[in-house]
Design a protein around this ligand. Structure first.
Ligand code: GLU
Length: 481
């Protein structure tokens, strides 16, 4: 058996769509599972869409996700260069072979004329196939500034897609596609075939949007005498509703934005790997090692996979907990730099760790720290409306609230050992003494010390705040009534 070689071949256009990254994860998993190689190749032949810095962003994202490549930019390898713009000589070598064999021709037909052909077809309501308009006398020489087209010999094709199954295509699917553009750069259609071949890629894994062009690729493989790689079409990622592909406007952020919002790389990897693949069990949380072990082409689904941000954030919450519970508070804390509210600036690492320890199981993203922990670092503004409009406190008069605060203050003042268990005891005692329900009394205390929409368990919150801050805040609220 040949060594498995897979590749991720992004175009450096600046924005890393969720779907782009999934197209990197599957080939990575397949390569690792088979002790093969995973290649990163930058497809930068579309000079109009090229964005400066986009390659660095791609590399950085792959590294962040733990998808290290064996060959490609930065690491080199035996099949470089790994930027298509530096491989023009390779494409020209192959194009010369096709020209010499009479399977490609230079075509000076101006775009306006091609447009006219296209219009003619659309008026007649017939599909536009350039080969029906191909010049009568073909030119098999290469000329600067003149595009080169494939000379198609349309026929029936049968092939097997590792995900979509047995496929069939008729001659109408093949055309004289452009191989080399006017600017001398190859098209994707041509360049990827040459590169995959030269780089020894055994499995071409990419979005299903390339399936309809596959007959043209098969024709090229045949014309060049190249053995076909295994073709793997990855299902579309669908927008949260409807039947269309996920686009920028569907509320899905770029991978970079999720990362900046505090989505962990483990969660992003886990979520995307499971977007269109599952191992047939109910398991939802996978580590990289598990994914490498369990991944299989057979279990990639054929139908579109629906993008669900809520699920991604849920998974991120699971990962936040998992890291804290399995690897310890420090391990999670080390990921939180830049996510704390400004008010936390002057506090020690030790105190922040304590805050993290009581709040971590409520976080969906690390950026929640910004909004959810402010009151641990600075006295909240007293908002009496928030107190009075609370659904459990609404029924109480101001005097009653004041009384409850007073007895709370005196009870908590007498707690000597300020730690979660004694605090819970004191709170329980208060419940009996005041004959209030936990929802009523605890909501009052919680709001009075935090003025936040929610907070961790009350005894833990008070423990972290400390005795003097707790009492000062309760007193301030009592005075303001
Ligand atoms: N450069 C193509 C893209 O970014 C890659 C398609 C492929 O993987 O072959 O969509």
């Amino acid at each position: 058996m040949n060594k498995v070689v897979t590749r991720f071949a992004p175009s450096p256009t600046g924005y890393i769509h969720i779907g782009n990254v999934r197209s990197a994860i599957y080939p990575y998993l397949l390569a690792r599972q088979n002790d093969g190689d995973f290649i990163l190749r930058i497809e930068d032949t579309d000079r109009e869409r090229y964005v400066d810095g986009a390659t660095e962003l791609i590399e950085d994202t792959l590294q962040w996700l733990g998808l290290e490549w064996d060959e490609g930019p930065e690491v080199g390898g035996d099949h470089g260069p790994y930027f298509q713009s530096e491989r023009l000589g390779h494409y020209h070598e192959y194009i010369k072979k096709l020209l010499a064999a009479g399977r490609a021709y230079s075509d000076p037909t101006p775009p306006e004329v091609i447009e006219k052909y296209r219009k003619e077809c659309s008026e007649k309501k017939i599909p536009f196939l350039y080969r029906n308009f191909r010049p009568e006398k073909l030119d098999f020489e290469l000329h600067e500034g003149v595009p080169v087209r494939f000379l198609s010999e349309p026929k029936e094709y049968d092939w097997v897609d590792a995900v979509m199954g047995p496929m069939h295509a008729g001659p109408e699917t093949q055309d004289d596609i452009i191989l080399i553009k006017k600017d001398g750069f190859p098209t994707y259609n041509f360049a990827h075939i040459i590169d995959d071949t030269e780089m020894g890629v055994t499995h071409v894994m990419r979005g299903v949007e390339y399936l309809s062009s596959t007959p043209n690729y098969l024709a090229l493989y045949d014309a060049l005498g190249i053995k076909r790689p295994v073709l793997v079409s990855l299902p579309h990622i669908l927008a949260p509703t409807g039947n269309k592909k996920l686009g920028k406007r569907d509320g899905a952020k770029s991978v970079t934005e999720y990362r900046n919002d505090g989505v962990l790389h483990e969660a992003m990897l886990n979520y995307l790997a499971c977007l269109g693949w599952n191992d047939g069990t109910e398991q939802e949380i996978y580590t990289m090692e598990e994914l490498i072990k369990k991944f299989s082409l057979e279990k990639i689904q054929k139908s579109g996979a629906r993008y669900d941000e809520t699920k991604l954030l849920w998974m991120n919450g699971q990962w936040i907990r998992r890291i804290f519970d399995n690897n310890g508070a420090e391990a999670l804390y080390n990921r939180t730099a830049g996510f704390w509210p400004e008010s936390a600036d002057n506090y020690s690492e030790e105190y922040r760790l304590r805050v993290l320890s009581v709040i971590y199981d409520r976080l969906k993203t690390l950026s929640d720290l910004g909004s959810m922990t402010d009151y641990f670092f600075k006295d909240p503004e007293i908002d009496t409306d928030m107190l009075k409009s609370n659904k459990f406190l609404k029924k109480m008069s101001e005097a009653e609230i004041e009384d409850l605060l007073k007895i709370t203050i005196s009870t908590l003042s007498s707690v000597e050992n300020w730690e979660p268990d004694s605090l819970q005891e004191a709170l329980n005692w208060l419940l009996t003494e005041t004959d209030k329900k936990p929802a009523e009394l605890f909501s009052l205390i919680r709001i009075a010390v935090s003025f936040a929409p929610f907070s961790p368990a009350l005894n833990l919150t008070l423990d972290v705040l400390g005795k003097s801050v707790t009492l000062a805040r309760l007193n301030a609220v009592a005075r303001s009534l």
